[in-house]
Structure formats: C-alpha cells, structure tokens
Design a protein around this ligand. Structure first.
Ligand code: SAM
Ligand code: SF4
Length: 342
C-alpha cells in the first residue's frame, strides 16, 4: 500500500499553517486504551472508543507515510498506553524505514512504563532511541492513588530494563497540587541520579475525570519558585521538538523541562498535529475541530487526503483556551488526553 507514497516523497514539501508556524511533528495515538487510570487523565470507569473504529496498523502506516511526504520529520507514538496494542513493534520497525532513508529524524514514544520490563529490547530493535516515561510519584502509596494501580516497582524495573536496552529516557511528571508537590525535588534528584532528564507538566482540563481539576492544578511558575528554594536552575539552550522549556540543575548537572500550557502559553511556537487511533486529525490538543482521515483513506482517494492536509493547515487554531480557575468547571474539550495522545 505504501510503495507509491514512498517513491513520491519530496523533501521540498513543508507544512506551514495559517499563522506562519512550520508543522513538522506528528503525534499518533495508537490506542486510547490504557491499563492505568491516572486521576488527572481519566475516570476509573472509562469509556473507550469502539474497537471496530480503530485504524489498522497498515492504515496508520499509510497515513504516516502521507504526512511524512508532506514534511513531517518527527513522529511520537502515544495513547492511551501505546505498548498495550498488539503488533506495535512490527508497525514501528516498518515505519523506521523513513529514519533509515533520512525522511524523518526519529520515532519516539510516550509510555507509562508498565510494559518496559518485557518490551524494552523490542522497542530498541524496532528503531526507537528515546522514550518519555510518565512517573508522578516514587511513593508506592501515592503512585497507587494517582494511577489507581499497584505497579510502582514494575515501572522502576521497566526503567532499568529500558536503560539496559540503550534507550534514552525522559521522565514526565504531572505536578498535582494535592498529591505529589511535596516530592518534586526528590523526583528530580532521583531522575538525574539515574541519568534521566525530566519534564514537569501542568494538568490540563481535558475530558471529565472523577476529580475536580482545581484541586489538582498548580502553576509551574509557583512550582519553579518552590524548587528554587533547594536547587539552582540555570538557563539552558537545550531544545527538543517538544514544548518543554529546559533548565540545567546546578547541583545534579541534569536537565529539567517545564511544560506550561496554562501559566506560560507556548502556542505561538506550536509545530504539532495529532492523529487519533480512529484516524481523526486534531490540529490542536485543546480545540475540537478535526478532520476525519479514516473515511478518506478507506475511499482510497490520495488527492482528497492531500487536500485534507492543506485544509488542516488552514484551520489549525491559533491557540487553546485552557482555563482552570474555579470549582466544577467544564473541561475545555470533552475528549481525554488519551484520545489525542499526550
Ligand atoms: N499512557 C502513556 C503515559 O502515561 O505516558 C501515554 C499517554 S499519556 C496521555 C501522555 C502524557 O500525558 C503523560 O505524561 C500523562 O501524564 C499526560 N497527561 C494525561 N492527561 C493529562 C492531563 N489532563 N493534563 C496533563 N497531562 C496529562
Ligand atoms: Fe493511561 Fe497515560 Fe492516561 Fe495514565 S496518563 S491513564 S497511563 S493514558
């Protein structure tokens, strides 16, 4: 199915949206399903997308090929928990042909770490070199309260396996006011001691959970001030294709990133589009407008698919409207982060 697309790849294609931003980064949610139920992400009784609506991996490969032919240089696989979908390693290995021929720079993955003990070697062999692992607490009790699963030691073993497999690791930590704020310095020091970078993330109002986000949200500018009472954060020029603003911690010589969608909006430099596991393309994590690529793909109409990408560039919103300022607030968007992939 992808032979023709592969032949037609043109390096001159660059995606630029209506606000002058170059779009070169695709996030793909390979499944919205997850074995955890993090309290800021989804409720315990989560309703997932119908399995019959999922794109096959062959269809995902076709769409990735199309986006790469139009200028996408980085692909991050996410979810839900991407490593719970069967067949993912074959999918990544196939997609890695675009790393080998220089059309894309890398394929990365965000995971909750629960499957790394078994699958780190497969991940490395399929072509992934960098992963983000979400870890919000080093206390078993708090880890259970946040993820609603008793799995901290498995994740720690998984991180060890990932390190041994040769994967470069960044820890992602959502700072939760009423839960892990008091252990943030400890998580930073622990990450750096293990040679992991770390990014802190503000909780975002996406989808209903069974918690009130105002009890969870804290601005990372406040968190930074708290951290700076104990650690020295020096400016750093380090940059990835993601949204983190990085500092180097003097005491540990490690990197810490801050992802601040609410307290310091970074939409003006957004380079991302997001494809769901059912083939909907969202041009903004925090807005609802989307384009259904699955229907166009199944009609077999390459021209319409390309026109849909042009339309996506015209309609990419300028920014999200995230706001967490009062109790019982309706989330900015109905869908959970797991649908569009964090
Ligand atoms: N399951 C994988 C994981 O947890 O890493 C990948 C998907 S998860 C949706 C991706 C990232 O989004 C994780 O780092 C997670 O902590 C973060 N996340 C999920 N819901 C969020 C929310 N409402 N606000 C901020 N970050 C969120
Ligand atoms: Fe699952 Fe990741 Fe959401 Fe946690 S943050 S419930 S691990 S998708």
């Amino acid at each position: 199915m992808n032979k023709i697309l592969t032949k037609n790849l043109s390096k001159q294609n660059i995606l630029i949206d209506n606000h002058g931003r170059t779009i070169n980064y695709l996030r793909l949610s390979v499944t919205d399903r997850c074995n955890y139920r993090c309290t800021y992400c989804m409720p315990e009784k989560m309703k997932f997308l119908p399995k019959k609506d999922l794109l096959t991996f062959e269809e995902m490969d076709h769409l990735c090929s199309l986006f790469i032919s139009r200028g996408i240089k980085n692909i991050r696989l996410s979810g839900g928990e991407p490593l719970v979908r069967k067949g993912i390693f074959k999918f990544i290995s196939n997609l890695s042909r675009y790393i080998s021929n220089g059309d894309i720079d890398e394929i990365t993955l965000t995971t909750n770490g629960s499957q790394l003990k078994s699958f780190s070697d497969d991940l490395f062999q399929s072509g992934v070199r960098r992963i983000n692992v979400s870890l919000d607490s080093l206390s078993e009790e708090k880890f259970n309260q946040i993820t609603r699963r008793d799995d901290l030691n498995n994740v720690i073993d998984g991180l060890e396996a990932a390190k041994k497999a040769g994967l470069k690791i960044k820890i992602n930590t959502v700072v939760i006011k009423n839960k892990n704020l008091d252990e943030i310095e400890n998580i930073i020091s622990w990450s750096h001691k293990n040679n992991f970078d770390i990014s802190l993330i503000e909780t975002m109002p996406m989808g209903l959970t069974d918690k009130d986000r105002i009890d969870q949200y804290i601005s990372l500018s406040d968190v930074k001030s708290i951290i700076e009472k104990k650690l020295t954060l020096n400016d750093s020029n380090y940059k990835t294709s993601g949204p983190s603003k990085y500092y180097r911690v003097k005491e540990t010589d490690g990197l810490i990133g801050f992802i601040t969608p609410l307290s310091d909006n970074f939409c003006s430099s957004c380079n991302r589009i997001r494809l769901t596991s059912t083939g909907k393309l969202y041009m903004c994590l925090g807005q609802n407008n989307n384009i259904d690529f699955r229907n166009l793909l199944r009609k077999g109409d390459e021209k319409s698919l390309n026109l849909a990408i042009d339309s996506a560039m015209k309609n990419k919103p300028k920014s999200h409207d995230f706001d967490i300022s009062h109790k019982n607030q309706t989330p900015a968007v109905d869908r959970h982060m797991s649908v569009t992939g964090g």
